[in-house]
Design a protein around this ligand. Structure first.
Ligand code: EPU
Length: 451
């Protein structure tokens, strides 16, 4: 498909300012939460990305009126007339996103039944939904898996439960929150995920009338309430997008100020960025400090010149180093002096994209062993989940096909850092999670064009 190609003339340092808006991985869940309210919800700073379109489509199919508000990025969702949708209509969204699974609880509460199409999302391993189904069953849902999708009902209503996740899954924790808030009685969730996006979702649910307590040691307690109302919320900024641009600054020896990025959500990333030799300046309190109306702060990232240092890292659940920060950062690590190690412990197959980097001149070897950190769930199970990166390598241009969202952005960074002209195919996939990325590239002085 020729219209899905970006021609990248690499070798120019990216320089300038760009802005990130609400986090993709919160905004989509906040939209689902709106279904639980009895009055309209208002979400601000919503990025124009494909995942938002998919969730809007799903909400509209179920009778939620989704309209743009007066402010740029404002979304109004009116769930007063929630209704059933036909499986055919819902199936139009099959394979387009992982979010539909989160509609289970809200639809069961609103309609007494739900149909969830086959899921999509990035192809980064098997991505099972067993924790979701197990939790829903413990709330009292009847789950019937068919080849076309999943039918759910709750003949005896949904009741609070004592649950423990085998792994602190983000999606399963959200599933439990979105179901428990209106289930009868108390739910206790152990081994919950505590990512900042989850905490922000809890803030939204509290605004809606929910009673949720976050205890120490990953325990969340939810006291069910009979009804919830609409919310108004400005989401946390997208810390994955912010880190992606930071890695781009480092890999291209440039300087990027990411407006909207927030230190508190990114401390682990910032420590690593600095350990590699990148420089950063926090400007996210500029407005509060200087009282400049309309000014916006963020975080400025730059390559100070000289050599970057190799590091040993492993991805982990929060507060560890996010799996979604891994791919863009590995591109920057190809420019560091020495041997870096990246042990991926969240997904078993998220290093496939390194093959393309090797064709561009990188030296990355992937291993089945748990290297450089604590043994993880994937050790000795034949998953190539540790990478050893030897650098620095001079990257040269290549024709690339984007495999998934984050790896796709990593490929794009590699093409921008490489000497010569690369063709990046499948680039529209990046629109799933990066708003206006071509306009942002242009603002940063990148030489890119469509054929
Ligand atoms: N898992 C199971 N069973 C389940 C659910 C999860 O085994 O029922 C496993 C997964 O296979 C994986 C691990 O648990 O190995 C963690 O998965 P998690 O459920 O935490 O991931 P998710 O909710 O599907 C979200 C983000 C991902 C992000 C992860 C981890 C969204 C829409 N997606 O996925 O973001 O990588 O959490 O932080 O919020 C992305 O934005 O590109 C992306 C993939």
């Amino acid at each position: 498909m020729t219209d899905d190609v970006l021609i990248v003339h690499g070798g120019t340092p990216l320089q300038g300012q760009i802005r990130v808006r609400g986090a993709k991985n919160l905004v989509s869940k906040a939209m689902v939460a709106a279904l639980l309210g009895e009055s309209p919800s208002r979400l601000y700073d919503v990025p124009r990305i494909r995942d938002v379109e998919v969730v809007s489509g799903l909400l509209e199919l179920h009778g939620v009126k989704v309209t743009a508000g007066a402010e740029d990025g404002e979304l109004v969702m009116d769930p007063t007339n929630v209704e059933s949708a036909s499986t055919d209509e819902i199936n139009v969204h099959a394979g387009s996103s992982r979010i539909p699974i989160l509609l289970c609880g809200p639809l069961l509460h609103r309609l007494g039944h739900a149909f969830i199409p086959d899921l999509g999302g990035c192809h980064i391993g098997p991505r099972p939904i067993d924790f979701h189904i197990q939790s829903l069953r413990e709330f009292g849902a009847v789950v019937d898996k068919t080849p076309e999708g999943m039918h759910l009902s709750a003949p005896n209503g949904l009741h609070g439960a004592k649950l423990e996740l085998p792994y602190p899954s983000v999606g399963a924790t959200e599933q439990v929150l979105l179901t428990a808030v209106r289930a009868e009685g108390v739910t206790e969730l152990r081994n919950a995920a505590i990512e900042p996006e989850i905490m922000d979702l809890i803030c939204i649910l509290q605004k809606m009338g929910a009673i949720i307590t976050v205890h120490t040691d990953r325990v969340i307690e939810i006291q069910g309430v009979p009804r919830l109302y609409g919310y108004e919320h400005k989401p946390i900024p997208d810390r994955i997008e912010a880190a992606s641009w930071a890695a781009a600054a480092l890999a291209t020896r440039g300087e990027i100020e990411v407006l909207g990025a927030r230190q508190a959500d990114m401390m682990t990333f910032l420590n690593v960025f600095r350990s590699i030799g990148g420089e950063l300046k926090i400007t996210d309190d500029r407005v509060a400090r200087d009282g400049i109306t309309g000014a916006q702060g963020g975080i400025k990232f730059w390559h100070p010149g000289g050599e970057l240092k190799a590091v040993a890292l492993e991805t982990d659940v929060h507060p560890g180093f996010m799996t979604d920060w891994q791919q863009p950062l590995v591109v920057a690590l190809t420019q560091a002096h020495g041997i870096s190690i990246m042990h991926e412990t969240v997904y078993e197959q998220r290093l496939g994209y390194t093959e393309a980097l090797n064709t561009m001149g990188a030296t990355i070897q992937v291993y089945r062993d748990c290297l450089g950190g604590t043994p993880c769930r994937f050790g000795r199970r034949n998953f190539m989940h540790s990478a050893v990166i030897a650098g620095p390598s001079k990257l040269h241009a290549a024709d690339l096909r984007i495999p998934d969202l984050r790896a796709g952005f990593a490929h794009l960074i590699a093409a921008l850092a490489a000497e010569g002209t690369s063709r990046v195919y499948g680039v529209d996939l990046i629109k799933r999670g990066y708003e206006d990325f071509e306009a942002k590239l242009a603002a940063l002085g990148a030489h890119v064009e469509r054929p």
